[in-house]
Design a protein around this ligand. Sequence first.
Ligand code: FAD
Length: 441
Amino acid sequence: MKNSHPVVLIGAGLAGLTAATYLKRHGVPIRIFEASKNIAGLARSIQDPDGFTYDFGAHFITNRLAAAVGVSAQSRHMPRYGESVFRANKVYSYPIGLMRSPRYLSSALWTKSTNLFRSRPQNAAEWFSQAYGSRLAEEIAIPLTEAWSGAKATELAPSVGEKFTSSLPRVMMLLGASRFTKRTVAVGYSTSVTESPHVWHVYPEGGIGAVCEKLADEVRECISLESPVEAIHTENQEVVGVTVNGKDYDASAVVSTAPLHVLPKLVRGTDSLHDLSRIRYRPMIFVNLRLRGRNLLPNVVTWTPESKYPFFRLSEIGMGLPWLVPDGHTLITADIGAQVGDEHWTKNDEQLGELCCDALLDLIPDIHSRYLGCRVLRTPVAYPVYLNEYESRRKEFAESTGIAGLYCIGRNGEFAHILMEDVFWRTRRKMLRLMQERNLI
Ligand SMILES: Cc1cc2nc3c(=O)[nH]c(=O)nc-3n(C[C@H](O)[C@H](O)[C@H](O)COP(=O)(O)OP(=O)(O)OC[C@H]3O[C@@H](n4cnc5c(N)ncnc54)[C@H](O)[C@@H]3O)c2cc1C
């Protein structure tokens, strides 16, 4: 009888909607509760009356994901994508410009030739030094990692480097394919599906939220908005239902996309998840600067590792996704790592805009005469922070929640530094497992 109850999904972002459509297509009854007024979570865009579009988190997907979701026909190819590092007033393209620098190359070669004599890295600082050489690690990789994570690289787990494990020949092959095909071939974007010259970046018309809208079309009648799940009930280490807006619902399984540190507060009837409340996410402020002109930065993405800058990454949206800005204009997003309530978090939009413009003078000397105001977006849960202190627990949780019928999916639910394509494929695999384990197929 238990399995006749619906599977309850917490959250109607990409992960929740991917899970919902997959289960529904397999004939599994579902119910989706979304806390906010809108679907799409981190994958949504906002338009302003002046013709600028702001992506909340995600900026683009791949043609493979667009095809899988069914938004290929409405997706445009990204005309340009590239990354650079700006340090000590010099611009290095990534990765070729860095490799060409004798300073970084000699240190990397020396490290590679002596790595055999080193023990396995115990933290992210050691991982970066062994992978890139001490000079590049100390001047670029470690400061950037500390800026986005808000933690010392020596306190972070070596797995922080997993995201960068593509081999150099493979990266070079993909970059070569990008030049040859004139498509923005995805490099370092996904780990659960293979990267290839046939997978490139695209952007759906109407904004990134179109992906979630398309998925939601199949399950619209099962979605309840403004419905935060307040409790997940368990009996004998097994999920039995949820409470939403004060009302109880039975469930054959619960699939959560809520941030992992929130889960212990939701789960009732067991304290086996209590230790997850120490898990940390990095809050982030995105300052979207509206500017006159176009192609003002060295590349679509520019990394700024020096601590004199309040931001660590700049994305020129008008360069990579020109249709998101009016003609003759551009949008630069400055990513500022923060703590909720700190000196940056509490600044108002104008103060943050001024702060970023002043810091950008090194790159755009006439920025003040181009500046047309800004729009600021904030999220307290932008990046999962892999601290060594809970690394073994993180790995254990990735295998299983330890509660029968409770599954965690998505970027914040899994506590994994993954992008939309990985969220999509990993979620589908997990939902197959759910159906097998809960005898639903
Ligand atoms: C700065 C940034 C840039 C990014 N850029 C890219 C990119 O360019 N390309 C790319 O592919 N990916 C990118 N990503 C990643 C991508 O945005 C995410 O992987 C994806 O959107 C995550 O979807 P999700 O469903 O896992 O989580 P979310 O989008 O966070 O959705 C979770 C949903 O659950 C709801 N919820 C939470 N708690 C409850 C509760 N108790 N009850 C009910 N509902 C609840 C929330 O309101 C939310 O709607 C980026 C992410 C960030 C932060």
